[in-house]
Unconditional design. Structure first.
Ligand SMILES: Cc1cc2nc3c(=O)[nH]c(=O)nc-3n(C[C@H](O)[C@H](O)[C@H](O)COP(=O)(O)O)c2cc1C
Length: 158
């Protein structure tokens, strides 16, 4: 197979970096604080080709980021020195072909529950994610959250 045919067959194999991290807010985030983070994120992520989802509950953040590897690395350099949060822990890094949050430069959600539902594929909590480093759990949670977020978006009347 020629290189051109190969690239047509899998045009962007592993071209994107998918990273999930958790962190702890250094103070209670007010709506204005979250708005400010999201405003910057959406503006900058559009330029950088980054999409994802930011979750916040209590004092914990979990953020899912996907985009060109160099852009994700540059963003993580900025995020990791941001004094609005600390104890940043990378839970998952993978190369992927497809985006899970393609419609969202940075979606935002506040999961309702503090504990997992216990039903496979249904997730409204990230407490267990921030506790450990079980890679499969994080990968599954990432998938579940992308579905959770899509359903939540559809449920909002336009
Ligand atoms: C929890 C959290 C998530 C963030 N997510 C993003 C993001 O997705 N994109 C982004 O550009 N900035 C994000 N930021 C803001 C960056 O940390 C940083 O303040 C911003 O990119 C501006 O960087 P600069 O001050 O070096 O210009 C986030 C900050 C926090 C606390």
């Amino acid at each position: 197979m020629t290189a051109a045919a190969e690239s047509r067959r899998s045009p962007q194999a592993g071209a994107l970096k998918y990273l999930v991290y958790s962190s702890v807010a250094t103070r209670t985030m007010l709506p204005a604080d979250l708005e400010s983070i999201l405003f910057t994120a959406r503006r900058e992520n559009l330029k950088a080709g980054i999409t994802g989802l930011l979750l916040y509950r209590g004092t914990s953040f979990v953020q899912f980021l996907e985009g060109p590897p160099d852009e994700i690395d540059a963003l993580m350099d900025r995020i990791s020195v941001d004094d609005r949060h600390s104890r940043l822990q990378v839970l998952m890094v993978e190369r992927v072909d497809q985006r899970s949050f393609e419609d969202w430069r940075m979606g935002f959600g506040i999961p309702k529950h503090t504990q997992p539902t216990g039903i496979d594929g249904v997730r409204d909590s990230f407490t267990d994610l921030t506790r450990g480093t079980d890679y499969d759990l994080v990968r599954q949670a990432a998938q579940d959250f992308s579905i959770w977020f899509k359903i939540k978006q559809r449920a909002i009347p336009s």
